[in-house]
Design a protein around this ligand. Structure first.
Ligand SMILES: [Zn+2]
Ligand SMILES: [Zn+2]
Length: 291
């Protein structure tokens, strides 16, 4: 960007070339904002007053022709300012999750109600598609900060295998959310126990003398299943049974082929073990029930 007065900054006598981000906007620029990445952006005091509750008010900056420094980056500020005009809000569908969340946070911070509402709706929809832990945590932090419980519930299952130290660092100042997440995660740690020590209720039948199918099945499962809680949590990530089901089923064929019990004892126990785990996983409570 050149620092000379440009034709694209109509009515701007402030000594900086900074246009309004809305194409063909005819409102005079009477305030210049500087983003964290040093971009100068033209704004209209009247619009800031009208569309937001937290922006540096016209009063506080009226004597200054100097740009007002803000902590948001240029992309975010331009979208935010676009949302402070009498026109449709900028489309959010092309934004990556980082950009979307940055805009959503800025909307909340400056009380730009239109942007707040549009972003929270879009975040709510997007949160249901999140699968990786890093993105889930970013959505979760936004949800914890501004009280969007359904967003937190949607992404929490993808955070069960994250380090508590990492989570603590992402939730500084939001201890209630952090503690609730710890308790939420504890449910999955408890499931990990049922993977390492087969619950007593599984031993409902006794294999026929000499049938080693069940013992072999258990041994094979022990070799395949991770040895650590962390490994189990990875398997349970997303709170779906799919990955575990794959492991159970992979060994089931061997069991049915080698079991000689007429009562079907070995197969019954394998079935009970899997069914109970699936039931326990489905019975885990959503994150918000720990708030
Ligand atoms: Zn404008
Ligand atoms: Zn058997």
């Amino acid at each position: 960007m050149t620092m000379s007065e440009g034709a694209d900054a109509p009515g701007n006598g402030l000594g900086h070339n900074a246009a309004c981000p809305v194409p063909n906007c005819s409102i005079p620029v009477d305030l210049i904002l500087r983003s964290s990445d040093q971009e100068l952006i033209g704004a209209h005091k009247a619009n800031l007053e009208h569309f937001s509750d937290g922006f540096p008010s016209a009063d506080t900056v009226s004597d200054s022709k100097e740009p007002v420094d803000l902590s948001e980056n240029g992309t975010t500020l331009k979208l935010l300012l676009s949302g402070m005009h009498k026109q449709k809000l900028p489309t959010l569908s092309g934004l990556g999750s980082d950009q979307l969340l940055a805009l959503a946070e800025a909307g909340e911070k400056y009380f730009v109600y239109g942007v707040m509402a549009a972003c929270s709706e879009h975040v709510r929809a997007e949160s249901r598609l999140v699968k990786d832990g890093r993105t889930a945590t970013a959505y979760f932090a936004y949800a914890a900060k501004f009280g969007y419980v359904d967003v937190a519930d949607a992404v929490a299952p993808f955070m069960v295998d994250l380090d508590t130290t990492y989570m603590k660092s992402r939730l500084i100042g939001y201890d209630t959310a952090f503690l609730a997440w710890m308790r939420y995660r504890e449910q999955f740690v408890a499931l990990s126990d049922a993977l390492t020590s087969i619950p007593a209720y599984v031993y409902v039948a006794t294999p026929m003398d000499g049938c080693t199918a069940w013992a072999n099945y258990v041994a094979a499962m022990r070799v395949t299943l991770p040895m650590t809680v962390k490994g189990h949590l990875k398997l349970l990530r997303g709170a779906t049974f799919d990955r575990l089901e794959g492991i159970f089923d992979a060994h089931y064929g061997m069991l049915t082929q080698t079991c000689r019990c007429r009562s079907g004892a070995c197969c019954a126990m394998a079935g009970a073990w899997k069914a109970e785990l699936r039931k326990d996983l489905l019975a885990t409570k959503p994150f918000s029930s720990f708030l």
